[in-house]
Design a protein around this ligand. Structure first.
Ligand code: KG4
Ligand code: ZN
Length: 346
């Protein structure tokens, strides 16, 4: 079974082709991605209308590219998968519309996938795939969640951010420092030249006893420090502030992840979503988990941020469990707000 996956929930158009047999981990045949980061850079963040229009321009050329790379043709596609939510409504509609039209034209079934389920399962495409059950730390631009994952579709929310997501904390702090968009990777690069202990920044909810997160106060603390430093802040102080900000976020993510492992008694953790690409987070989590004989799994670096492969993979894994989840009903709706633990409603 070959599954074509289309991701268009935010500012990346991703398309991929995954092959799955009745059992065993599906394999990635080809994937292609277009990031709109350069286009949104000028506005300091994603402009939804521009994002939707760009998805329209990119999705078919990327689909052609994937088929060429895989040495496949349209007739080789057995199922079409798309991101149904959460995300930007207009952007999601592009992927959903193209996926359902393509499936209808090819007389193939179609399946809508939860974006976070894609992230969560993405380490199954890595050279060192996890085994169920595991704790998942989902850290993206829009979400920060700890989940217990027992099987495909069996997700229990353990804790989540009550305000900003970890990626949002990176992005907003980077914007305050004038580092452009997307801020996470830029802030991480600058942090390499700074001292993470230079500024005392808050670690909100670190000792709350539960698994919830809060990052909104951190951004305010960064703003306060920048005001104290004044308008001609030197590059070294900026690097110190970047390193201190990154460290505050990483400390909270690592501490809560370890608590989730303790609370559940599980010995495996999967880290997924854009912030999972952060080298400092990986280094610190790896070190702490090694001490506790906990295995840590990450997606391949290229599949940490949004991509089509994770959507095709999640669809393939869902269909391996229950083939009737794909449908020949080509009417579609998207779910811009959709908790991972809730059943999809039309
Ligand atoms: O998963 P993703 O591509 O999109 C969403 O589903 O939101 O995650 C994007 C987020 C952005 O906030 C970006 O700044 C952050 O991931 N990010 C990073 C790094 N790479 C991406 N944050 C910190 N360090 C990185 N290396
Ligand atoms: Zn994402």
């Amino acid at each position: 079974m070959n599954v074509l996956g289309i991701e268009s929930s935010c500012d990346e158009t991703g398309v991929a082709l995954v092959r799955a047999t009745a059992a065993g981990t599906p394999t990635l045949l080809a994937h292609a991605l277009h990031s709109q980061a350069d286009m949104h850079q000028a506005y300091g963040g994603v402009v939804p209308e521009l994002a939707s229009r760009d998805h329209i321009r990119r999705v078919l050329p990327l689909t052609r590219q994937v088929l060429v790379q895989a040495g496949a043709s349209l007739a080789d596609i057995d199922v079409v998968a798309y991101t149904r939510g959460p995300g930007l409504a207009g952007a999601l509609l592009v992927g959903a519309g193209v996926a359902c039209s393509l499936a209808a034209a090819l007389a193939r079934p179609v399946i809508g996938i939860h974006h976070l389920e894609g992230h969560l399962l993405s380490p199954f495409l890595s050279a060192d795939p996890p085994a169920f059950p595991f704790v998942a730390l989902l850290v993206s631009g829009g979400h920060t969640q700890l989940m217990r994952v027992d099987a495909v579709g069996e997700y229990t929310l353990l804790g989540e951010s009550i305000d900003d997501a970890a990626g949002e904390a990176f992005d907003k702090s980077a914007k305050l420092m004038g580092l452009g968009y997307p801020g996470g990777p830029a802030l991480a690069r600058l942090a390499e030249f700074g001292d993470p202990t230079a500024f005392a920044l808050p670690r909100p909810l670190l000792h709350s006893g539960n698994l919830d997160f809060s990052f909104a106060g951190l951004k305010t603390a960064v703003r306060t420090q920048l005001m104290k430093l004044g308008s001609n802040v030197c590059e070294q102080d900026k690097a110190h502030l970047a390193a201190s900000t990154q460290q505050a976020i990483v400390d909270v993510l690592v501490r809560k992840s370890l608590q989730a492992l303790r609370d559940t008694g599980l010995t495996r953790i999967v880290v997924a979503g854009g912030v999972g690409a952060n080298a400092r987070l990986r280094e610190q989590l790896d070190a702490e988990c090694r001490k506790r004989q906990v295995r840590v799994h990450y997606p391949e670096l290229a599949l940490c941020t949004d991509n089509g492969a994770m959507i095709a993979l999640a669809a393939a894994m869902r269909l391996q469990c229950n083939a009737s989840q794909a449908s020949f009903d080509y009417a579609f709706s998207v779910l811009p707000r959709w908790p991972l633990t809730a059943e999809a409603t039309t």
